[in-house]
Design a protein around this ligand. Structure first.
Ligand code: ACK
Length: 931
């Protein structure tokens, strides 16, 4: 019976009484079956020798365990000494006779391992050397690590190593749809345990891990690469139609760029850019636009600009095909910001620009690229630089020069200016010479002297830049024999040289403080005559009243035109002396040109005729692109007429009112720049206008402003804005400087004051200066220091310039040439036009109070809109639910746009008014004056 009282069979021996026992029990042949180390578990019982009297000396309490390896069963042929001893086994438990009484044996269990085994099988043997022993069971086994799956790799069953401390390295195989990351390995210990897992497998693309295996991604999901990640949902605008997708193809009309990761949503080309605007500045244009409404779901939006030049009926052609290279700043393609400046366009030409938007998938789509079109017409511009000036011939006293026409004449070249001076006397003086063609003979030079020559072209739009300096030395003098005639000539030369020198001194004194001797046409005061050299001389305008007979003056300056060459076509207005008409003038060998004709009405007095023609005499002396040009006069037949160039857009004040809010600030500054350039020219000639006002500026079809109205009596009679002063004179009070009103002290500085008022008129689109204040109140408030406030939307820099023009002390006011410089800087750096906060003047701080219209008298939205001359939007505001001013003050520009106010100028006007109102309503921080 075993310990559980189950009957068992045993092998037993108990020859404890007899000495020298050697009893063997051997197993049958046991095949090894791949085991390299075997374990033998022996269960046995052993009787305590002490419990048996009389056995001392012969009784043993151990037995020996042996093995023998063989490739086959050899049975009884093995001799005892061939067995290899595994161990002597003693019992942990032994029993005595008492135990037998309860027939219950105490079993011992001993396990021994042996290895490595190498033969196909083996035998075990037990040697009894005199113990009382019973073998109840012998279990022979080996160990293995049982197959497992770990880290997505399968490790199959493996037999343990040969000895007790060896580990067996086992490589795992990745499960289906998985791939090795690092070779998966584990070690099987001698005890049959898996140890130290190394490396792993990951699910392949299109599969994800689920309970130690890799399962396919469902439809609508994908996994692009092998890895630990799970399947992801297909990105926006893409799909997968089968399981185990590694990518999601794009829906139709959507694309993925080459660089886009599979996880990126599919995208499409952008829509066209919106709200393109252009501002033309001579022969360059700034184009700006807003981002496309649909960017196609991408952020790599880019723009390119196609330039087409269009003329007449022939199809527009690419700008690249024109000889002069059109330049794009910052570049023509690959623009990331929504603007570009295009330079070097031809003057007076039509251009069409396509602003194309694209992104990285545009080329994948069959649809054409989306674009917006901006059409522009360039303005007048001076010609480009004259090239390749060279000497053709040189003698002792003369040099013949030749040069090429400028690349971009920008109009018909009227003449070339040749400027030259002695190289070593650069700072003293220079001379000029004019030539109608591309060569000139410069004579009257000193022998053996180095001269510097420069050439520039002139068109009706003004002068181009001077060419590079060309240095030429005249031939060496042959010694002269001095006779009386020579000495006489030398004396005459010296006298005229002295006269010339004094003229230069006078001329320099009048010159604009900031400039050097060499200036552009506006500042230049050299006297010249076509085709031959002259000495420097200051050139002044000559008052026709200094002539005894002003009619003589008119014929000295202006050309007489035969009435038969004039065709009057329509009346366009009326002047003080008669109708103003539009007509055409035909000159021999030339095409008809449009002209304006000022007529002298029948029944005039001699004085009226004189005054009428005086204007022509004055105008005839002027030659500047920003001063109205006289074509001629008709005095030999009736009606007597003054013929001038025709200005398609009429006078500036009505032109601005017709186009209220339609121009960019840069365009308005362009207009002002032209007027200032014209006034620089006039003031340099010593001409004081006395009635500079927007109504006396004319505008042509290219938006070039020209100063006009040079009559002598007009300030007194002609001008509806002129009023009698206490001193009896008739003066346009709102435009006139205080010293001119009070003391009749007219000067170029008082013209500058008027120019400031013109600036205000321009920036407010033809608003009446000082609104409905009476002339008396205007004089009074100006005297008290009140100055016109910045018009709505007027940049601070411009209002500051106005305030400078309105300095009480006329010496503190800027000169016209300085005004041109300031405006040019603003045009070049338009960001300076963005601020609406008044800056301090550079000259002197404006003492003037800043004032603004007071809206407190406005009772309703309609009242307010009328006040700011935006009454046309009453219905828009009502429809948008803006019924009270309380609603209006909280509006922003977006709200105004949404109401349907599309013109930028109107948006700005309304917005500035809202801001002003807000300031007045909220904190009363803007001082106001009732006007
Ligand atoms: O504002 P307007 O159309 O422009 O009306 C006045 C009108 O004649 C009376 O002076 C127009 N005017 C004057 N001179 C010219 C000109 N040279 N070209 C075109 N219009 C002119 C002015």
């Amino acid at each position: 019976m075993d310990e559980y009282f189950a009957p068992i069979h045993t092998y037993q021996v108990c020859n404890v009484m007899s000495p020298s026992q050697n009893n063997w029990l051997r197993t049958g042949w046991i095949p090894r079956e791949g085991a390299r180390r075997i374990y033998i578990e022996v269960k046995f019982t052993l009787r305590d020798c002490n419990s048996m009297p009389g056995v001392l000396g012969t009784c043993k309490e151990t037995f020996n365990l042996y093995y023998f390896e063989s490739d086959r069963a050899v049975g009884s042929t093995i001799r005892e000494n061939q067995f290899i001893k595994i161990d002597t086994i003693a019992a942990d438990e032994s029993f005595t006779g008492v135990d037998l009484g309860v027939r219950r044996l105490k079993l011992n269990k001993e396990v021994r391992g042996v290895g490595p085994l190498s033969r196909r099988g083996f035998y075990l043997a037990f040697q009894d050397i005199g113990a009382c022993i019973a073998l109840t069971s012998v279990r022979v086994y080996y160990k293995r690590c049982v197959g497992v799956s770990r880290n997505l790799a399968v490790f199959t069953d493996v037999v343990t190593g040969a000895d007790s401390s060896s580990l067996v390295e086992v490589r795992g195989q990745c499960v289906d749809h998985a791939e090795e990351r690092d070779t998966p390995k584990m070690y099987c210990s001698a005890e049959g345990e898996w140890l130290v897992p190394i490396g792993r497998c990951v699910c392949s693309a299109g599969f994800e891990e689920h309970r130690d295996s890799c399962v396919a991604c469902e439809v609508g999901f994908y996994k692009p690469v092998a890895g630990d990640g799970l399947c992801g949902k297909c990105p926006q605008h893409s799909h997968s139609e089968t399981r185990a997708a590694v990518s999601c193809p794009c829906d139709s009309n959507y694309y993925r760029a080459a660089d886009d990761p599979p996880a990126a949503p599919c995208s499409r080309p952008p829509s066209a850019p919106v709200n393109p605007i252009s501002s033309v500045n001579g022969t360059s244009v700034n184009l700006e636009w807003d981002r496309p409404l649909d960017t196609g779901g991408r952020s790599d939006l880019q723009y390119s600009v196609q330039c087409l030049r269009c003329s007449g009926e022939s199809p527009c052609e690419d700008c690249a095909s024109s000889p002069a290279v059109v330049r794009f700043i910052p570049r023509q393609t690959g623009l990331t910001e929504p603007w570009v400046t295009v330079l070097n366009l031809a003057a007076h030409s039509n251009y069409s620009f396509r602003i194309v938007s694209s992104n990285a998938v545009s080329h994948l789509s069959n649809e054409p690229l989306q674009f917006s079109v901006v059409n522009i017409t360039t303005n007048q511009a001076a010609p480009s630089e004259v090239m390749a000036v060279r000497q053709e011939n040189t003698s002792q006293n003369s040099v013949t020069l030749m040069w090429h026409e400028p690349d971009q004449p920008n109009g018909v070249i009227l003449e070339y200016d040749i400027k030259y001076y002695e190289k070593d006397h650069e700072d003293q003086t220079y001379s000029t010479l004019k030539s109608k063609n591309t060569s000139a003979l410069v004579s009257g030079l000193k022998p053996g002297t180095k001269y510097i020559f420069q050439v520039r072209a002139r068109t009706s739009a003004g002068c181009g830049r001077f060419s590079q300096n060309v240095e030429i030395q005249t031939g060496k003098a042959v010694p002269l024999r001095y006779n009386t005639m020579t000495i006489l000539w030398i004396c005459m030369g010296l006298v005229s040289g002295l006269v010339a020198f004094m003229a230069i001194i006078i001329c320099r004194k009048r010159h604009c403080g900031y400039s050097k001797a060499f200036q552009d046409s506006d500042e230049e005061k050299m006297h010249y005559q076509n085709g031959h050299v002259s000495f420097p001389d200051a050139r002044f305008y000559i008052d026709p009243h200094t002539y005894e007979d002003p009619c003589q003056a008119v014929h000295e300056f202006a050309r007489e035109i035969e009435a038969s060459r004039i065709k009057i076509e329509k009346i366009i207005g009326s002047g003080e002396f008669g109708e103003v008409c539009y007509g055409r003038m035909r000159l021999p060998g030339k095409r008809d040109i449009p002209v304006a004709l000022k007529t002298l009405k029948a029944g005039y007095t001699e004085k009226q005729k004189r005054d009428f023609l005086a204007e022509a005499s004055i105008m005839a002396q002027f030659d500047h692109p920003n001063v109205i040009r006289l074509e001629g006069v008709v005095t030999q037949s009736k009606p007597v007429m003054i013929i001038t160039e025709y200005m398609e857009n009429g006078s500036l004040d009505s032109f601005l009112r017709r186009h209220d809010g339609q121009f960019t600030v840069i365009q308005l500054v362009g207009l002002l720049r032209g007027i200032a350039a014209g006034m620089t020219y006039l003031s340099d000639l010593g001409y004081i206008h006395r009635d500079l006002a927007a109504r006396n500026i004319l505008v042509n079809s290219n938006l070039v402003c020209k100063v006009s109205d040079f009559g002598l009596s007009r300030v007194l009679e002609d001008d509806p804005d002129a009023a009698y002063t206490t001193s009896g004179g008739k003066i346009p009070i709102r435009w006139t400087a205080p010293e001119a009103i009070t003391y009749r002290k007219f000067s170029s500085s008082s013209d500058v004051w008027s120019y400031g008022v013109v600036m205000w008129e321009v920036m407010s689109y033809g608003e009446r200066p000082y609104w409905n204040l009476t002339n008396r109140d205007v004089i009074k408030s100006v005297e008290e220091g009140y100055r016109l406030p910045a018009p709505m939307g007027c940049p601070a820099a411009l209002h500051t310039l106005m305030l400078d023009c309105w300095q009480k002390d006329r010496n503190e006011r800027p000169r016209f040439c300085q005004i041109v410089t300031v405006l040019d800087k603003l045009i070049r750096n338009p960001e300076n036009l963005k601020s609406m906060d008044t800056l301090c003047s550079l000259n002197s701080p404006p003492l003037m109070e800043r004032a603004a219209p007071d809206f407190s008298s406005c009772n309703s939205v309609d009242d307010w809109l009328d006040t700011i001359k935006m009454g046309r939007y009453k219905e828009h505001f009502a429809a948008g639910g803006y019924h009270t001013l309380g609603h209006v003050v909280s509006m922003n520009q977006g709200d105004i746009q949404r109401l349907g106010v599309t013109l930028m100028g109107h948006q700005k006007k309304i917005m500035s008014s809202v801001q002003l109102m807000r300031a007045q309503v909220l904190n009363k921080s803007v001082p106001s004056v009732h006007v």
